[in-house]
Design a protein around this ligand. Sequence first.
Ligand SMILES: [Zn+2]
Length: 116
Amino acid sequence: MERVEWEGQALPLQRIMNPKKIKLIENKNLLISWQDGKEHSIPLLKLRKLCPCATCLAEREKQSKTYIPVFSENQITIDEIKQVGNYAIAIFWKDGHNTGIYEYTFLRLIGENSKD
Ligand SMILES: [Zn+2]
């Protein structure tokens, strides 16, 4: 595993990529505070669009690059977030969709690429 220097200690990269805190803000954004002090606010619409489950991946593959999906309010509202092991969260959307497992490294990547 890749290692980086952090506060004088060599730590596995995985650990730095772990969130300290995940907080839902007005059911519009997911605020993630990371171990290294960074904070990302990710719009829920973006999270839903990037749902990593097999069904959504297949769905997105069928669509053309120019297709813009329209989501209902229920599809971009979070009912519950559950931790999966020590590497991911599962998001339970209000429309009943709950197969998307968002790995921390994936969330970090989305966060780094989100500007809002
Ligand atoms: Zn999905």
